[in-house]
Every structure is written in structure tokens, then in C-alpha cells.
Design a protein around this ligand. Structure first.
Ligand code: NAD
Ligand code: FE2
Length: 385
């Protein structure tokens, strides 16, 4: 066999209800004594967040909280966090929250000891090789949404405020040293955000599975991730206190981000510019684009998707899979068109231009040209396939 591949699965994950109680121990294992606890303004005052910080204090760790993190986080969030890290002489980061808080926490830890500017480490070419690996602070990650899978990923998504583009910052050593996945932390997540974030996990699994390239390990993880979403996402949306469903969705989110080391595709390439220009939620934006990108890619993925449909217990055909996606979207209350995001065609040229250079575009099984991006956008605008 002449195939060469790079496969990465190293993160230790402590999974299970109540395991947030191990947070101080996770810090010790990661070599952190004075953590900067990075979260967001929506989470910082919740009792579960205060309890997590209290656990660290009780264990004698020198913790301080940093919560200047917006949704679709921007570079100034990262710079403010680096300042807090240095001022407080923190030796690591606890990143606690959804993808926004996890991404900012990871990027703060990554940038802590770098001399080059953050944008040098955008996931383009091999810039990441020029990072100083000794300048990366250890990270413990605690996801409180089940979607991005950032807790197991080597990348973060930060919006460049000057160009209004979402940039992927990448380094293999940006991975958290220990992850705690405690489904009890997700029970207060509103049904809407549960649905949106869950569709992000599903998008990661589907796009990774459809991305070209030889990575049967990622394919297997992605397929099981899709199955978990099928069985448990509607349950998690319907009953937020369903711990089994919350746990399964945390696993699906980590599966998605583990699998997308293989690549993503047109759903994310379209979603990133829309999210950057209109500040729409990432998972919701993915969910709107999902069926249109699948239909656009149909010729290249039909056979693979039919196989996936069979594994899910559906009739083994592309049409059955597509029908399931459309039903799922409707069942969990997601808008079928861009109208639900208050997005119109006025910035289409910009969106298409940004989509084709997005780092995820290269993973689309059909080349994502400007015309292709425009065609997908028009389908999503009109709700027609
Ligand atoms: N690093 C990656 O690989 C990766 C992958 C996909 C997306 N992303 C990025 O992640 C971000 C989106 O992350 P997200 O979808 O998790 O949303 P988010 O982190 O922006 O959180 C959404 C909202 O949910 C609230 N919230 C989070 N957990 C809660 C809980 N348990 N209870 C109550 N409220 C809670 C937050 O306060 C926030 O208001 C985007 O910037 C996206 O581009 C990163
Ligand atoms: Fe995503």
C-alpha cells in the first residue's frame, strides 16, 4: 500500500456525570498550579461556573477568572487574556465553556510565549512550524456545549476584526492536556443553543466523512458520531435534563472534531464568512447550509452517503439521508433558509470570495469555486434544491 497519512488521537478525556469534581486534579496532571480560568460573560455568574472556580480555590490553586470573551471571539479577546495571564503570572489555562471560551482559552495558552503575531499561525501553509513549542502553556478544557469539539482539536477560530474574517489558528501542541466532559454541565443549555451546537457536531462528522483522503479511522469515528446525533440530538433538545443524551452529544462533539483532522468542507466554508459578516451562531449557520451543500456535492458523495444511511438504519440511499437531515432540522426548530439568519444577497460577492479561500474549502469533495459558492448560497436563500 502506498498511502501515507497522519492520524492523531491523543487527548485524555475524563467522561461522566459529576466528573467536574476532578478539575483540580486535572490541573495537577496538566502541570498547572496557577490557572487562568477562561469562560464567557453568559457563563461566568452561573452557579456551576462559580462551583468549578471554588473547587480550584479549595485545592489551593492560584486561580483567577477571565471572561472577556464574546461569541464568535475576536483577537482583542485573546490579547486581553494574554495580558491577564502574564499579569497574574499564570502557568496554564482552564478553558470552561462553549467553543468561544475554549477557543480563546486555547489561543491565550498558545500565544503566551510566542514572539510572532497570532495571524502568523493561521492554518495556511506550514506557518505553524515557526511557533515556539516551549512557549505554549498547558490547557485543561471543560466543554459546556456539545458542538465544536474544540476540547480535542488542534485549532481555534478567531475573527480578525480588521478584515472581518474568521481565521483558523492551528498548532498541534495547542491541544488540551486533559479534558473533562461532564454532561451535568450541559443541562442548563437552552434548547435553541443545544440544537445549534448539536448541528455543528453533526456537520463536523458529515464533512469529515465526505472529505476526500484516506483516513478510515476518522471515517469510523465520524460515522458513529452521526449515529449519536441521530439518536440523541432530538432528545437533548427536547429534555435538557436527559443526562444520557447530553453525554452522548458531548461524545458526538468530540467525535466530530477528532474526525475533522481529515478535513471539513463547503458547509464550514460557507458558514465562516456568514458568521464573520453577520455574527450569526456558527452551528445554526452550518445547519442552514447543510442540505444545500450535500445536494451540491451529491455526485461525489452519493455512494458514501448511501452507505452511511444504511448504517443509520435508514434506506441505504442519498435521498433517505437527505430526507432525514431535513426532518431533523425541522424537528429541532432550525430555519430552512438564510432568512432565519437575517442574511440576504447584498454581500454575496464578498461571501463567495471569502468562502473559496477559507481553509475548510479544500476539504469539499467537489471544488468550491466562486460560482459553486454562489449557487449554494442561492439555494440556501430560496430554500430550493
Ligand atoms: N475550535 C474548533 O475546532 C471549532 C469548531 C467549530 C466551531 N468553532 C467556533 O466555536 C464558536 C461557537 O461555539 P459554541 O457553538 O459552543 O457557542 P458559544 O461558545 O459561542 O456559546 C453560545 C452561548 O451559550 C452559552 N452557554 C454555553 N454553555 C452553556 C451552558 N452549559 N449553559 C447555559 N449557557 C451556556 C454561552 O454563554 C454563549 O452565550 C464559534 O466561534 C465557532 O467558529 C470552533
Ligand atoms: Fe464547526
Amino acid at each position: 500500500m502506498t498511502i501515507r497519512a497522519n492520524w492523531n488521537y491523543p487527548t485524555p478525556i475524563r467522561f461522566g456525570a459529576g466528573r467536574i469534581s476532578e478539575l483540580a486534579d486535572a490541573c495537577r496532571v496538566a502541570g498547572i498550579e496557577r490557572p487562568l480560568f477562561v469562560t464567557d460573560p453568559g457563563l461566568v455568574d452561573l452557579p456551576m461556573t462559580k462551583a468549578a472556580v471554588a473547587l480550584l480555590k479549595e485545592a489551593g490553586l492560584g486561580v483567577e477568572v477571565f471572561s472577556d470573551v464574546r461569541g464568535n471571539p475576536v483577537e482583542s479577546n485573546v490579547y486581553a487574556g494574554i495580558e491577564a495571564l502574564k499579569l497574574g503570572d499564570h502557568d496554564g489555562v482552564v478553558a470552561f465553556g462553549g467553543g468561544s471560551a475554549l477557543d480563546v482559552g486555547k489561543t491565550i495558552a498558545f500565544m503566551a510565549g510566542q514572539t510572532r503575531p497570532m495571524w502568523d499561525f493561521e492554518d495556511v501553509g506550514d506557518w505553524w512550524t515557526r511557533a515556539d513549542p516551549t512557549g505554549i502553556a498547558p490547557i485543561v478544557a471543560v466543554p459546556t456545549t456539545a458542538g465544536t469539539g474544540s476540547e480535542v482539536g488542534r485549532a481555534t477560530v478567531i475573527t480578525n476584526e480588521e478584515s472581518h474574517t474568521k481565521k483558523v489558528i492551528f498548532h498541534p501542541l495547542m491541544m488540551p492536556k486533559v479534558v473533562i466532559e461532564d454532561p451535568e454541565l450541559c443541562v442548563g443549555l437552552p434548547a435553541t443553543i443545544t440544537a445549534w451546537t448539536g448541528m455543528d457536531a453533526l456537520a463536523h462528522c458529515i464533512e469529515a466523512y465526505c472529505a476526500p483522503g484516506w483516513h478510515p479511522l476518522a471515517d469510523g469515528v465520524a460515522v458513529e458520531g452521526v449515529r449519536l446525533c441521530k439518536e440523541f440530538l432530538p432528545r437533548a433538545v427536547k429534555t435538557g435534563t436527559d443526562i444520557e443524551a447530553r453525554g452522548a452529544m458531548l461524545a458526538a462533539a468530540s467525535a466530530g472534531a477528532t474526525a475533522f483532522q481529515k478535513g471539513l468542507g463547503g458547509i464550514h466554508a460557507m458558514s465562516h464568512p456568514v458568521g464573520a459578516l453577520y455574527d450569526t451562531h456558527h452551528g445554526l449557520t452550518n445547519a442552514v447550509f447543510m442540505p444545500y451543500v450535500l445536494v451540491f456535492n451529491r455526485a461525489a458523495i452519493e455512494e458514501k452517503i448511501a452507505r452511511l444511511a444504511g448504517y443509520l438504519g435508514l434506506e441505504p440511499s442519498f435521498d433517505a439521508f437527505l430526507a432525514w437531515i431535513l426532518d431533523l432540522r425541522a424537528e429541532i426548530g432550525i430555519s430552512p433558509t438564510l432568512a432565519g439568519l437575517n442574511v440576504d444577497a447584498s454581500r454575496l460577492d464578498e461571501i463567495a470570495a471569502m468562502a473559496i479561500v477559507d481553509p475548510t474549502a479544500g476539504g469539499n469533495p467537489v471544488e468550491l469555486t466562486t460560482d459553486a459558492a454562489k449557487a449554494i448560497f442561492h439555494m440556501a436563500l430560496a430554500g430550493e434544491m
